[in-house]
Design a binder for this molecule. Sequence first.
Ligand code: LLP
Length: 390
Amino acid sequence: MHYTKTFLTMFSSEEITRFESLTTPFYYYNLELLKDTLKAVKETSSEYNYHVHYAFKANTNNEILELIQQYRLGADCVSGNEVKKAIECGYTSEQIVFAGVGKTDDEINTALDNNIFCFNCESIPELEVINELAAAKNKTAQIALRINPNVNANTHAYITTGLEENKFGINMWELEDVLVALADMKNVNFIGLHFHIGSQITDLNDFKGLCLRVNEIQNWFYDRQIIVNHINVGGGLGIDYENPQQNPIPNFEAFFKLFNDFIELRPQQELHFELGRSITGQCGTLISKVLYVKKGVNTDFAIIDAGMTELIRPALYQATHSINNLTTTSTESKRYDVVGPICESSDCFAKALMLPTTKRGDLIAINSCGAYGEVMASQYNLRDLVKAVY
Ligand code: LLP
């Protein structure tokens, strides 16, 4: 079989020559694509005066964080170390929000010391601790309540967060108690409502469901004479893992327009987002080399030098990333299981994938790895921590 345009890659021959001179595996970041993505986010969100925070958890590589900061995005942090990193990378304190279902006292203190914009809070016990720690510092912490909207995001179960059975957020039936508790807390200032229904959401209708639910929840608060300064609808916009070459930048225009069409904001109310994957997902590629091609029963195995230690998404979420052989000159193609070297059967990147005939030494690109790739790398099997190249 001759190979067709499905095997097209995003890389120039200069880039591939450069990859050949480097030790694999490594993450390669296309900062030009990241800039174009940031430009698109900025332009489309500014049209509606929306505030976008970059979800640090997707990728905390310094170069990437500093570049994103230059586009004046805020920082959505989920640990004390992410808060510290945001400050180091030039994000100002009023650009930082701090979320997470299990914030430690040390992390809360770090955030208080840095006077961050807002804590996204998920339970009464957490609010009590923030109130107490803020009182000890004679400060007032700004807080948003993360509400579990019970909206299905139709994504993988491990990255669904907005259902009642998930650990995240405060359920509607707990809200009266939260308001009673808040009335006695002198060192927290309730300024926002926060939501996040899940990640890698590709059907915009799911966000429409969120908007309609937010409107209902806002009415519930309005009936109690409460209007908060801002609504934060989290992140979750998906990327095209199948055809990254055709769709390198997500459709931010349609995404923000949908919120503009369906969410009902009160006068002066700000709308905030926390986007991770849609910003960095497509700019990162895991570059690896074929170590061995081994005969299999149904398909041969292309054993590469990157494994679940470098990219855990396929093993953990059954995620599929498109894969290219960057250096083969073969015009024939066949099916391979593309697997890593780790002693786990789940260390597999693709099953029965059609690739041009592949041999030892060929460079393999695993695409769309800029989000939840390098950040989730481990040293399992005492492997070296994966490096990055720009
Ligand atoms: N806000 C909150 C509260 C979140 O929990 C998350 C992601 C985001 C924002 C950013 O979501 P994004 O725009 O990136 O979808 N490791 C998984 C994804 C975990 C997402 C966790 N929360 C993966 O590789 O698919």
